[in-house]
Ligand binder design. Structure first.
Ligand SMILES: Nc1ncnc2c1ncn2[C@@H]1O[C@H](COP(=O)(O)OP(=O)(O)O)[C@@H](O)[C@H]1O
Ligand SMILES: [Mg+2]
Length: 246
């Protein structure tokens, strides 16, 4: 469970809050989609949830553990896939996975068991001993996904996880998200791609300009079956819906 309570964040001397008084609860057993246009504050929120960025105002807890007050304890419950594909390029995939497992104190027999399955699923088993710098963006992203699951995190957070993945990998990742949530964990991911959110999420929040605009189940957000999530999204984020005739 993730509890975000009246959280705000401003970068440097900016006059605008990147995240503005955000309050949100994400429950166990659900896939929660955090949807918003570019610059809405999704990554900033995610970095605060994961303890990478400090929180200016408000508080965030992971299963009741405050990320600012007990960062190590809270981080042990988290698995995080960033949107940057950044890893340790000179390590082989195998070295990287063992490095992450050591940090999270996962016993080596469990690492092998969990990693093997996931690596086969994402067709990374054959490149395990190659340096990560030889990997494509998609392959790096998949290694980050595998690494984030080694300690079987209670709360799994993914920032734009499907961008850059081929259809097969995207499909496998969606199945993994469903499985992880069905096992009683929390899955929280951000996206600006409406179709993906529409297909996999139990609940959705739409953010714009750092503020929460809507949070509900897909059916309730749509209100009636004739309205698509895209139409709701464009309406609540204030996009100009008039046809462009230029
Ligand atoms: N490191 C940073 N320094 C200054 N401003 C930033 C930084 N990262 C993001 N911002 C600004 O904060 C706002 C929210 O950005 P971000 O959280 O990355 O949005 P999203 O992930 O929804 O696209 C944007 O206005 C962005 O320009
Ligand atoms: Mg982002």
């Amino acid at each position: 469970m993730i509890n975000i309570q009246n959280v705000s964040k401003t970068y440097g001397n900016s006059a605008k809050k990147a995240v503005d008084n955000l309050t949100l609860t994400v429950n166990d057993g659900e896939i929660f989609g955090f949807l918003g246009p570019n610059g809405a504050g999704k990554s900033t929120t995610i970095k605060m949830i994961c303890g990478i960025l400090s929180i200016d105002e408000g508080a965030i807890s992971i299963d009741g553990i405050d990320i600012s007050q007990n960062p190590i304890q809270a981080k042990k419950l988290l698995g995080f896939v960033p949107d940057t594909h950044e890893t340790y390029e000179n390590l082989t995939a195998n070295e990287y996975l063992n490095f992450v497992a050591t940090i999270y104190e996962v016993p080596s027999n469990q690492v092998k068991q969990r990693a093997e399955k996931l690596l086969t699923l994402f067709e990374l088993d054959k490149v395990l001993n190659n340096p990560i710098k030889t990997f494509s963006h998609g392959m790096k992203q998949k290694i980050l996904v595998v690494a984030s699951l080694l300690h079987n995190p209670k709360v799994w957070i993914l920032d734009e996880p499907l961008t850059g993945l081929d259809p097969q990998s995207a499909y496998q990742l969606k199945l993994l998200m469903r499985k992880h949530a069905d096992e009683g964990n929390t899955v929280f991911f951000s996206s600006h791609v409406i179709d993906v959110v529409e297909k996999v999420c139990d609940r959705i929040a739409i953010v714009d300009n750092g503020s929460l605009v809507v949070v509900d189940t897909l059916d309730k957000i749509r209100q009636n079956k004739d309205v698509s999530l895209e139409q709701v999204f464009l309406k609540v984020t204030g996009a100009n819906l008039e046809e462009n005739n230029d």
